[in-house]
Design a protein around this ligand. Structure first.
Ligand SMILES: NC(=O)c1ccc[n+]([C@@H]2O[C@H](COP(=O)([O-])OP(=O)(O)OC[C@H]3O[C@@H](n4cnc5c(N)ncnc54)[C@H](OP(=O)(O)O)[C@@H]3O)[C@@H](O)[C@H]2O)c1
Length: 299
């Protein structure tokens, strides 16, 4: 087995969604895959998928908000292989809700998993990667880390923070031979929109000034997800390509719609971009004040 064919990979959040697909896909490639999840009782879906593909993985318990569980996982990898070549920070969730409907602790928890959770894992993994003078860190951000939407502020903030941190880390670690990349998917049908979906405390409070809009957004998201055909396996394929690329791009957007959105956000003046977005996002939704439907007053 060559050095290239025995790369050691750690992935967070493999009980479902992208993490499951990434782990299952890499499990039948030339990798030693450490598929981690915070609750090992949820391993059956992953094991079923790995068996179907005739792959091989090592399961580890890891909660990104619990540094001791991360330390143990890294220690296990160090004792088994003495190296960690690729770290994929995938674990995360989204809390929906307008800022005033969100409790501070809900925003902190969102940051705690999606931003500080990633930092927790990287902090524990870096000593091993630095010793090797080689490594790849892939942070799963989101297209929501590149443009914002109402009702997603906490999630946007967590992914925007991850974007800025990853960009800084890219410059910090390249001199040590460690590359940092971002993967920024659009909306894919995973448990993040179903079982794992979280709502702000005030989301269903009928006296909230945002209630009517929140409910309309929720319905629209549900309708959209029913018809969305994108396959989460495409994200795993993109990640496999990033891993196999000697010099992968820093930003990697798997779906065409998100690539288009990213370029619109980059190249259009914000006044025009936000005007288009307001038209799309609030189309057909009752506004709390008559003036709010008058774009000239708003933008
Ligand atoms: N699906 C999309 O449309 C989309 C788009 C852009 C970006 N993303 C990002 O992709 C990543 C994966 O999401 P997904 O769509 O695959 O959703 P998912 O099916 O809900 O998977 C999320 C995974 O993260 C795990 N997780 C949550 N909190 C954790 C913690 N504290 N410690 C360890 N694991 C934890 C979950 O574990 P449990 O089963 O224990 O909850 C689950 O395994 C997330 O970072 C998400 O923000 C998703």
């Amino acid at each position: 087995m060559t050095q290239q064919s025995s790369r050691v990979v750690l992935i967070t959040g493999c009980s479902s969604g992208f993490g499951l697909h990434i782990a299952a896909r890499l499990s039948c490639g030339a990798f030693h895959v450490f598929a981690s999840m915070r609750d090992l009782s949820k391993q059956n879906d992953l094991l079923g998928e790995v068996a179907l593909r005739q792959g091989k993985i090592e399961l580890v318990a890891l909660d990104v908000t619990d540094p001791s569980s991360i330390r143990e996982a890294i220690l296990k990898i160090r004792s088994m292989y003495g190296r960690l070549d690729i770290l994929i920070n995938n674990a995360g969730y989204g809390v929906g809700g307008f800022f005033e409907d969100l409790a501070p602790e809900e925003i902190q928890a969102q940051m705690g998993t999606n931003f500080f959770g990633v930092q927790n894992v990287i902090r524990e993994a870096l000593p091993l990667m630095r010793e090797q003078r080689k490594g790849l860190i892939i942070n799963i951000s989101s297209i929501s880390g590149l443009y914002a939407l109402p009702c997603f502020g906490a999630y946007n903030a967590s992914k925007w923070a991850l974007e800025g941190f990853s960009e800084s880390l890219f410059y910090e670690l390249l001199p040590f031979g460690i590359r940092v990349c971002l993967v920024e998917p659009g909306a894919y049908k995973t448990k993040i929109f179903y079982e794992n979906r979280k709502y702000a405390k005030g989301f269903f409070n009928q006296s909230s000034p945002y209630y009517a809009i929140s409910q309309a957004f929720q319905k629209r998201t549900n309708d959209h997800m029913k018809t969305d055909e994108k396959d989460p396996e495409d994200v795993a394929i993109l990640i496999e390509n990033v891993i196999n690329d000697e010099r992968p791009a820093f930003r990697n957007i798997p779906d065409a719609r998100s690539r288009w959105l990213y370029h619109m956000k980059r190249f259009l003046p914000f006044r025009l971009f936000s005007w288009i977005l307001m038209k799309i996002v609030y189309a057909g939704i009752p506004m709390p004040h008559a003036k709010r439907s008058d774009d000239k007053d708003l933008l």
